[in-house]
Ligand binder design. Structure first.
Ligand SMILES: Cc1cc2nc3c(=O)[nH]c(=O)nc-3n(C[C@H](O)[C@H](O)[C@H](O)COP(=O)(O)OP(=O)(O)OC[C@H]3O[C@@H](n4cnc5c(N)ncnc54)[C@H](O)[C@@H]3O)c2cc1C
Length: 381
């Protein structure tokens, strides 16, 4: 029997995970996608949602499918770290906080019960929360992952299992004589039996996922610099998600002090409550390149200082990123061209922690081993 050659387009969180699972399953794998650009401002290519050292990981979720994917993925973090010698998981704990009238905590509690996750309702934490706020704490594996490092670890593991890596963007896919040709930036091509598109927010903008209801959505994050003494005081700060209908930003998340590539430590705050639809390649590139922030930064700063007043007066900076949303709120893991081109896209702002399981499911799809044939359709519904 000949070995199935799968080209995975997109060396991000889902693509690198899928490539590892495919290579470990015995496929010939070519993982195609560029590294992070050295200079965003002059970069004319594609960008990614994983250029960050701190993405929240938690099992508790409003939605049992997402909770299951997070549980499955986080159960494999330690093995991936051990196999590659690359640490990316920081189990500092996760706190969910909900204002009066919110249904978040009962829904999270239900998913925690399903996956045997212990939660606490009364823990010490550094946040100033309004009266009436209820909390749930999830200990390890809750916390955060270094998304850049996790992509590196998955890629190293994929290569160890035999995958090749081509560090260029793909600008077109053509189906020819039973093969798919991925046309690369330098005009060369990779021919494969099947292609799996995992190009995140750029999948639709570049035309690699025709007909798939994927929407790119720009997000601004605010980074507050934390000096050593404060970082020391906040050393046991968990990751936080807070929903509160009475707040200016109804839905925010916060990461503990983490060292960034500029050598400084920052606390990061972001929100899913402000949306910036990005409908084509040019607007996506401009979003990453030019870093427009409107009043997002001021509103995030107000939310941050409300929660951690000690941060007032500290140096602030912003980062831009883009998530990929779908009508169902789940990733799309399905064929866009039957038996030739599949997609695994649409992290909906929460797939970093679950990327290993999403990549594994996509690997099963492209090797015809998905034992739940209704899954692809139910994720799209
Ligand atoms: C501000 C922000 C905060 C977030 N916070 C969290 C969080 O706390 N917890 C969490 O779980 N998730 C979080 N997420 C979501 C998470 O980062 C994404 O769901 C995840 O990165 C999706 O993985 P992906 O592989 O689909 O996309 P990406 O990680 O973006 O990877 C896509 C890859 O495709 C490549 N690519 C693009 N176009 C092409 C092309 N034409 N050819 C080849 N390669 C291409 C890119 O270079 C990139 O490497 C956050 C996202 C953002 C933006």
């Amino acid at each position: 029997m000949t070995t199935l050659h799968v080209a995975v387009v997109g060396k991000g969180l889902i693509g690198s995970a899928a490539a590892r699972h495919l290579a470990e399953a015995g496929c010939e794998v070519t993982l195609i996608g560029p590294d992070e650009p050295a200079d965003y401002r002059s970069h004319g290519g594609v960008f990614a949602a994983h250029y960050d050292p701190a993405r929240i990981t938690r099992i508790m979720d409003r939605d049992p499918l997402w909770a299951g994917w997070a549980a499955a993925s986080s159960s494999r973090y330690a093995a991936l770290e051990a196999a590659t010698g690359m640490k990316f998981h920081h189990p500092v704990g996760f706190l969910a906080a909900a204002g009066e009238g919110s249904d978040l905590l009962p829904a999270m509690e239900a998913s925690a019960r399903v996956f045997g996750t212990q939660t606490l309702t009364d823990v010490q934490h550094p946040f100033r929360l309004p009266p009436g706020t209820a909390i749930r704490f999830e200990s390890a594996p809750g916390g955060f992952i270094d998304a850049r490092r996790m992509v590196q670890a998955q890629t190293v593991a994929a290569v160890a299992a035999g995958a090749k890596v081509v560090r260029l963007p793909v600008w077109a896919l053509r189906t020819d004589n039973g093969l798919v040709r991925a046309i690369l930036d330098d005009g060369s091509e990779v021919r494969a039996d099947r292609v799996l598109v995992c190009a995140g927010a750029f999948s639709s903008a570049v035309g690699l996922a025709p007909g798939m209801p994927l929407q790119a959505d720009g997000r601004v994050v605010l980074l507050a610099q934390v000096e050593d003494e404060l970082a020391q005081r906040l050393s046991d700060m968990p990751s936080l998600i807070r929903v509160d209908a009475a707040a200016d930003l109804t839905d925010i998340y916060l990461l503990p002090p983490v060292r960034y590539p500029d050598g400084k430590r920052y606390i990061k705050i972001g929100t899913g409550a402000i949306s910036h639809p990005l409908d084509d390649l040019e607007s996506l590139q401009r979003w990453y390149r030019d870093g427009a922030v409107g009043d997002d930064a001021a509103r995030l700063a107000q939310a941050l200082f409300g929660l951690l007043p000690d941060l007032e007066g500290t140096d602030l900076r912003t980062d831009n990123c883009a998530v990929t949303t779908t009508p169902s709120g789940y990733p799309i893991i399905d064929w866009s061209e039957p038996d030739r081109i599949a997609v695994a896209c649409g992290g909906n702002g929460k797939a970093a922690k679950s990327s290993d399981e999403i990549g594994r499911i996509a690997a099963l799809l492209v090797t015809d081993q998905l034992d739940d044939p209704g899954l692809a359709a139910s994720l799209r519904a």
